[in-house]
Design a protein around this ligand. Structure first.
Ligand code: 13P
Ligand code: SF4
Length: 302
């Protein structure tokens, strides 16, 4: 098996040859994060996909993230090294189901979490990420909102805005499993540590946290805070970046089993192979991309 150093070298060389940029989500394996041009949360990576130069985007993440990049940069070749890396939550609503739900709430604006398929984005009024969900919901003109697909993020927005929100019944398999008992146990094990959780967690977990933030929001908060110890309530891949960017701070996982297996499907061999073969390539049909781009564009314009 080839070692990390020589694979990294090969990837650097191929990246130059292909004029490629590597966008890497905060949950990816440490060695994949270490070769990134940009490591970030969904919002930062969407912005990078829309603005960065290059002919090829290698998206180390899951399918909806690469689709968003393909929608925002249709002229670029967008590659997903692990072609089967998907987000189960994004599969919890289809475009047909959303069209039917719209009829039930004719006065509601549709806000879709970025963790959706391109088809669902095309049926939505505006997109949001965990980093801007409250701002997006507040900015919508209508008082009533159909929020899809994450019920926990929808309920979080309900609590911190004045809107009437109808949350869809989707959820993240990783965050929805985190329990209040785990928060209590972590606080007992690390008294005085600050608890940060992702807004995909259940309301009763959010109630017991000190901060609620997107993955990059957590990194900023840990770096900024005067505290020394933190309990991190999200997928454990983020601990690598926290260790690099916030030296001197100690971060404990709130749930050591909080692993998104789809995020772990990308490794350096797949990144190398994707650059060699220019596949698997992610494309979105033009009519769907054009409509989905409106919902994403409204979010990015905020
Ligand atoms: P972030 O945008 O906060 O990185 O979240 C993405 C995600 O899939 C969380 O599970
Ligand atoms: Fe989807 Fe949850 Fe994995 Fe994020 S952590 S990609 S929401 S399954």
């Amino acid at each position: 098996m080839q070692d990390i150093a020589s694979l990294t070298q090969e990837i650097r060389h191929l990246k130059k040859e292909r004029n490629a940029i590597l966008l890497v989500h905060n949950y990816q394996l440490p060695e994949v994060q270490d070769i990134a041009d940009i490591t970030g949360d969904s919002l930062e990576l969407s912005r990078a996909a829309a603005t960065m130069d290059g002919d090829v985007i290698v998206f180390c993440g899951v399918d909806f993230m690469a689709e968003t990049a393909a929608i925002l940069s249709p002229e670029k070749t967008v590659l997903l090294p692990a072609g089967d890396a998907c987000c189960p939550m994004a599969q919890m609503i289809s475009a047909d189901e959303l069209r039917r739900a719209r009829k039930r709430y004719p006065d509601a604006a549709v806000v879709c979490y970025v963790n959706t398929t391109a088809e669902v984005k095309a049926e939505s009024d505006i997109c949001c990420t965990s980093g801007n969900a409250l701002n997006v919901v507040r900015a919508v003109e209508q008082d009533e909102i159909l929020f899809v697909p994450d019920r926990n993020l929808g309920m979080y927005a309900q609590r911190f805005t004045n809107k009437r929100i109808h949350p869809w019944e989707g959820y993240c398999l990783v965050h929805d499993r985190i329990t209040p008992a785990q928060v209590a146990a972590a606080r007992q094990a690390h008294p005085g540590a600050v608890v940060l959780v992702h807004p995909e967690c259940r309301p009763e977990v959010i109630d017991r946290a000190d901060h609620v933030a997107s993955t990059s929001g957590m990194i900023k908060e840990v770096c900024r805070s005067q505290a020394r110890e933190f309990i991190i309530g999200t997928e454990i891949g983020i601990l690598h970046r926290l260790g690099k960017e916030c030296p001197g701070k100690t971060c404990y996982p709130l749930a050591a089993e909080a692993v998104c297996h789809n995020m772990k499907k990308t490794d350096l061999v797949k990144v190398r192979d994707t650059l060699l073969t220019l596949g698997p390539r992610i494309t979105v049909p033009k009519d769907i991309a054009d409509r989905a781009r409106i919902a994403i564009g409204r979010m990015l314009a905020l």
